[in-house]
Each structure stands twice: as C-alpha cells, then as structure tokens.
Design a binder for this molecule. Structure first.
Ligand code: FAD
Ligand code: PYC
Length: 413
C-alpha cells in the first residue's frame, strides 16, 4: 500500500463526520421517555421534536440503535390491505415514505417496484378481488391481473399449469416498494438527535415507577429517571415490557426468519409473494434476492436460524423460479414477531396513565414506521388518539371490534 494512502488513512485531519452524538449520561428527568430505539421509537422522537417542539426526550434501547426487527426485516412497503382502516393507515405511511429521502436529505434508497400477491386457488383469487375493491375505494392503486399480464411483469416466473399450485392470477399493487431499512432508522435518529433528543443505547429498561395509576419513572440498568410520559415501542418484546408496567397484551411471540442469496444480475423488478407457497422475494439494489416465508411454528424469544426454514423456503421458491436451483445463499437470520389475533397493530392508551403503546407489529411493522412515528408523536403531544389510530386501540379486543388483516399479512402464520 502506498505510504501516502496509509498516512491519509491514519490522519486526524480527515475524520469521518460523526452522524450521531456519543451516548450522554442519563439526566434525572425527561418529558418523554421512549422505550425502544428501533425505527418506530426513533420516528416518534423525530416527529415529537420536529413537529411538536418537544425535545426533552430520552430514547432508550437495550442494544445498539435499530438493531432489533428494524435491522432484520425485508423492507417491503405497501398499502394493499384488506380493511378500510388498515388501507388508510398504511397508505399514509407509503405517502410519507415517498418523501422521506427529501425530508431527511439522506437517501433511504426508496425503490418503487410494484407488489404481486399470487393467487393459486379460487379462494385466494376471491380475497385478491376483495382487496382490490377495498383498495380502489380508498384511492389505493391495486388491481387483479391474470397470467398474461403476470408474464409481462415477471417473465422469469414459472406460469406452467402443470405444477402443484398453478398461478391463476395476482393482486398487482403498483406503489409496492422496498427501502434501505437502516437508512430509515438513521434518518430519523439523526433528525431527532440534531434537535436535542438523547439516544441511550446499551441501556435496558427493567421496570417502571407507577403512582396512583400513572407512570412517573423508568428504571434502567444505568439508573432511574423521572418522566412525564412513556412511549413503549419495543416490537418483539412488547408483552415483556408491558409486564414490567403491570398489564397484559393479547400477543403471541414467534420468530420470523429471512435470508438473502448471492448477488445476481437484475431480473426481478416487482416484489413477488405467494400465500399458498408461503414465500416471498424481492431483488435488492445490490442484486441479492431477499427472501422469506412463514413465521416459525412455535412461540420463542430466540433469534436463531434453522435448517428447516431454509429447506422449506427453497423448495417453495424453486416451484416459482426453477432456474434458481444453483444459486447460493449468503446470509440467514431471524427476528421476533409479536402476533396479534387480528394481524393488526395495537396503538394508543394502556391501563396506565401517561403510558402509551406502539405494539403488535408482527411481521408487518416496517412499512408503518413513518405513519406510526408521526401519529404516536401526535398522541403523546396532545394526549388524544387521532382518528386514524382509533381502530387499533387495545380495548378493541374487549369490544370484539377487530381489524382482521389475516388475508393481507403477506407471510404465512
Ligand atoms: P424494533 O426495531 O424491534 O425495535 C424495538 C427495540 O426495542 C429493539 O431495538 C430492542 O432492543 C428494544 N428493546 C426491547 N426491550 C427493551 C428493554 N427492556 N429496554 C430497552 N430497549 C428494549 N415489516 C414490513 O412492513 N415489511 C417487511 O418486509 C417485513 N419483513 C420482516 C422480516 C423479518 C425477518 C422480520 C423479523 C420482521 C419483518 N417485518 C416486516 C416486521 C418489522 O421488522 C417490524 O414490525 C418493525 O421493524 C418493528 O419496528 P420497531 O421499531 O417497533 O421494533
Ligand atoms: O408486511 O409485506 C409485509 C411483509 C413481507 C414480508 C414480511 N412482511
């Protein structure tokens, strides 16, 4: 290596700019403590500081910044849901995503690809038609397409009628997109930190002080802080953290795995999902195939990968794209998904006063990061749940007023 280059490398005169300030000491008190420094917690901090002028905020995360499900998801963004409540909510998120690189002045690699949910049976064709109708009614661009159009959109897809599950049609959702998940979290973190929000990574919340039914302090492994308001945004740890505050959530927690292949020349533009074959795939800007399938069939707080998942997923993938049989896998990983009975999130009030909830994100929460951050910030700042979040309240389970999204949840469960 040339000496000049080595000297340049070690020179202190050209240090890389530090995007985020170092972790400070915990203060005695904050107006808002956000538990969970994933995309959701960071987005809420960003909108609280930017839109509502609330900056005395600590975002507390037990690991590194956005190292939970935000770092582990497959970054699919779409609003082709089944219920009007779901479609409106996710549509607001898609619109926010479309402007996010400009808003941050930081490229989140938002890439609009179109999203195809394949139907292999008459029953799933019926569901796709239903989704297309609800989507159109809410102003969202989704339509039912048939094999000739699918062949045009994905020429490499096996559309032979002589397979186990022939493709009969698909829901085509043109706004379906992918983005760089880390960039989304970093954009929100940088924006929040630049307005004075403190980011406390490697700090675990271990309890809450509750007086007369209201939260008054947060206990961490680095000390206790007083707080005006708590926002819980811990995705796959929601039941555990809620238990620290003394309430229960209707959540079942399961691992969700994914993997990527070696990079290939671009051949796949849309995101392709098959409910019957329990698999989905998109091609990243680096050429890797980003693939996933069903959640693991047992409850577990574990982020380990299994051979079982890989074998099952590849068998199904090869039915759709037989020519991929020689392709190698590069990485496999898992996250932890908090599944709700109706496959919709749980946001808003809890039995504890001043303790707000952002949870129940199962396998679907990355796409909701901007809308959830923005609307939870509004909730925390005003003390009122906005209309768009109202259908997702925790007490819907007592009222049997569910927001059933099982037919639009993308991965099997
Ligand atoms: P996280 O990013 O998990 O952040 C929560 C944070 O809370 C973590 O960083 C954790 O360390 C912290 N925490 C937990 N307990 C404590 C504690 N006691 N004290 C302090 N901190 C704590 N969604 C989509 O929309 N599209 C997809 O394509 C998609 N694909 C997925 C693929 C996989 C394999 C997985 C696992 C999930 C997928 N999801 C997808 C779901 C999505 O990843 C999540 O819903 C979303 O990332 C949740 O974001 P979050 O900020 O709420 O959670
Ligand atoms: O919500 O679209 C989604 C999704 C795809 C894979 C995991 N979640």
């Amino acid at each position: 290596m040339p000496l000049g280059l080595l000297k340049y490398g070690f020179s202190k005169r050209h240090p890389a700019p530090r995007a985020l300030p170092p972790r400070p000491e915990l203060k005695e008190s904050y107006d808002v403590v956000i538990v969970g420094g994933g995309g959701h917690g960071l987005a809420a901090a960003y909108y609280l500081s930017k839109v509502h002028g609330i900056t005395n905020i600590a975002v507390i995360d037990k690991g590194y910044l956005a190292g939970g499900n935000t770092a582990r998801n497959t970054a699919i963004i779409r609003s082709n849901y089944l219920t009007p409540e779901g479609v409106r909510f996710y549509d607001e998120s898609v619109r926010l995503y479309q402007g996010l690189s400009n808003e941050f002045d930081f490229n989140i690699l938002y890439s609009e690809r179109g999203h195809l949910t394949l139907a292999h049976t008459d029953a799933s064709l019926r569901t796709m038609r239903w989704r297309a109708e609800v989507n159109s009614h809410c102003g969202v661009d989704s339509e039912l397409v048939y094999p000739d159009e699918i062949a045009r959109l994905v020429p490499s897809l096996n559309l032979s009628p002589d397979v186990r599950y022939p493709v009969l049609g698909a829901l085509h959702h043109k706004p379906g997109a992918i983005a760089r998940h880390d960039a989304v979290a970093w954009g929100y973190a940088i924006g929040a930190a630049s307005r004075g929000v403190e980011l406390h990574t490697r700090t675990e919340v271990t309890g809450f002080g509750i007086e007369n039914g209201a939260v008054t302090s947060v206990v961490t492994d680095r000390g206790t802080v007083r707080c005006g308001v708590v926002l819980q945004a811990v995705a796959g740890s929601s039941s555990r953290v809620a238990a620290l505050a003394g309430f229960k959530l209707p959540i079942r927690t399961v691992p969700l795995q994914a993997c990527v292949s070696q990079p290939l020349k671009p051949f796949l533009d849309p995101i392709v999902v098959s409910g019957s074959l329990h698999c989905y795939v998109s091609q990243s800007s680096r050429g890797e195939l980003v693939m996933g399938g069903s959640v693991d069939p047992y409850s577990l707080y574990q982020q380990r990968s299994t051979l079982d998942f890989k074998e099952g997923l590849m068998a199904n993938m090869l039915e759709l794209f037989p020519f991929l049989s020689g392709v190698r896998l590069l990485r496999q990983w898992a996250g932890i998904a908090d599944m709700t009975p109706d496959f919709s999130p749980v946001m808003g009030e809890t039995p504890i006063r001043n303790y707000w909830l952002d949870s129940g994100w199962g396998t679907w929460g990355f796409k909701a990061t901007p809308v959830c951050g923005k609307r939870m910030a509004e909730t925390v700042a005003t003390g009122k749940v906005p209309d768009i979040l109202d259908p997702f309240r925790l007490d819907r389970f007592e009222r049997f007023d569910l927001v059933g999204e099982g037919g639009a949840a993308s991965v099997g469960h």
